[in-house]
Design a protein around this ligand. Structure first.
Ligand SMILES: [Mn+2]
Length: 456
């Protein structure tokens, strides 16, 4: 069995955390295949992409569109029963005899055998201990060493051999679920006389056995972190896990490891960019689906390469991936952002106030809000609703005016929507903002809008 290695992004995952996990798991599994071709005896690992929360809308859409499997949802990386159990334990049917049990235990050198009922469900456990007790109880006949007593004991033993196992089931068995935390299960197992636990599934089938030796192993789950390297953002139980690699593009945080690891952190626009670079470094071909997933994350993390965090490396990688996908970068990016649903369904309050700031101008207080978009027309279809909300805000907080900039990052300009006394805005920008007005070149609220308004 290959050792599983989880590849997981941060809590509350964004598209980059999903994409980097999916892409990197694919690459690592390909590299594992290559390793095994060269050396079949090499240690085997299987890389499993995982996520610590729901799929973002755009991730779900892209994964579906390109038929790429979504990462598995997990809640933590604590060691679980299933990480240590011996799966598919040896078993006997209910009508088996003690002889059958003894043979099986000897053959497999085990301490216990599962008894199944006719529906294949768990019926009980026969252990060496029960068998030994049965054996010893036959000695009750040996009150003396007389030939008669010994013969009685021998007869009793002989009859026990044909006894059904269902009469000899252990009564104090510890039952476990495969998802139970190992640390919670350890004590009951160590305390039980049997010192083994039985793992049942929801339907009552026995799927594994955990011995006290298994519990004592304290296995650490292996984890590769992508798109984060801070404990606060990492899976619960991260301190108990073994972080074996980190791929990230954020500031260096506080995840620590006991061994040197492959820690790749680059100041680029997305973790997906770094994953794509790793494909190139290892000369592994990127399938179309994986290319689409990675490109989608560059698109969302860098807002189609328009964000100040986007670098020339992101641009190059995006072009390379877009060539594989067979769509121009910008078209693909627009598609991904449109999957976010965003502008059409965004609650009005979020659209207006998610990025808004009050400023004091003389005796007046004003509010300048900004909403960045790639679908200006969709936003402007909601103009009436927006204006009603701006009016409400103004009355509630007694602003002189409220200005919403709807900034189109492609057209590189902003639509000015003003409610209230718009004279100042008109003077400073040379416009008539009694109705919504497009002002080209305005992208920065701070530098290009707030500053001149405050200085006027
Ligand atoms: Mn990211």
């Amino acid at each position: 069995m290959p050792t599983p290695v989880l590849i997981v992004g941060h809590k509350n995952p964004d598209n980059d955390s999903i994409a980097a996990a999916v892409g990197y798991a694919y690459l690592k599994n390909e590299l594992m295949k290559q390793t095994l071709e060269n050396d079949p005896s090499a240690e085997k690992f299987t890389y499993i992409p995982a996520r610590l929360g729901p799929l973002p809308q755009e991730s779900e859409a892209i994964l579906n569109e390109y038929s790429v499997e979504a990462p598995e949802a997990i809640n933590h990386v604590h060691a679980r029963i299933q990480d240590v159990m011996t799966p598919d334990p040896i078993w006997l049917s209910e009508d088996s005899t003690l002889v059958d049990a003894g043979r099986l235990l000897r053959k497999h050198n085990k301490r216990a055998v599962v008894v199944k009922d006719k529906d294949d469900k768990y019926a009980g456990l026969v252990s060496l201990r029960t068998i030994a007790n049965r054996y010893i109880s036959a000695m009750d006949h040996c009150e003396s060493d007389s030939a008669q007593d010994l013969e009685n004991a021998a007869n009793d033993l002989a009859s026990s051999l044909s006894q059904s196992v269902s009469e000899l089931l252990e009564d104090e068995v510890v039952f476990l679920n495969k998802g139970d935390l190992l640390k919670d299960a350890a004590e009951p197992i160590l305390m039980s006389e049997l010192r083994e636990g039985v793992v049942l599934d929801e339907d009552g089938h026995c799927i594994g056995i955990v011995t006290r030796t298994d519990v004592a192993k304290h296995p650490k789950r292996k984890v590769i972190l992508v798109d984060h390297n801070e404990r606060s953002q990492a899976a619960n139980g991260i301190d108990e896990a073994e972080v074996v690699e980190i791929i990230d593009h954020h500031r260096i945080g506080d995840v620590s490891t006991s061994n040197p690891i492959h820690f790749l952190n680059l100041p680029v626009g997305s973790s997906a960019t770094i994953v794509a670079l790793q494909f190139m470094e290892h000369d592994v071909e990127i399938p179309k689906g994986i290319a689409a997933v990675l490109l989608s994350a560059i698109m969302t993390d860098t807002v189609i390469l328009k964000s100040p965090t986007a670098t020339p490396i992101d641009e190059e990688v995006a072009e390379m991936l877009a060539a594989i996908v067979g769509e121009p970068v910008k078209d693909f990016g627009m598609k991904v952002l449109s999957y976010r649903g965003g502008d059409a369904d965004l609650p009005i309050e979020k659209l207006v106030t998610a990025d808004s700031k009050e400023f004091v101008v003389g005796d007046d207080t004003i509010l300048i809000a900004q909403h960045e978009t790639v679908t200006l027309d969709v936003v402007m279809q909601r103009e009436e609703e927006i204006r009603a909300f701006l009016k409400e805000l103004r009355e509630k907080h007694d602003y002189a005016y409220v200005l919403l900039l709807v900034t189109d990052i492609f057209e590189e300009g902003s639509m000015f929507i003003v409610e209230g006394l718009h004279g100042q805005v008109d003077r400073v920008f040379g416009i008539d903002s009694s109705k919504s007005t497009w002002v080209p070149g305005i992208l920065s609220r701070k530098k290009q809008v707030a500053a001149p308004l405050l200085e006027s």
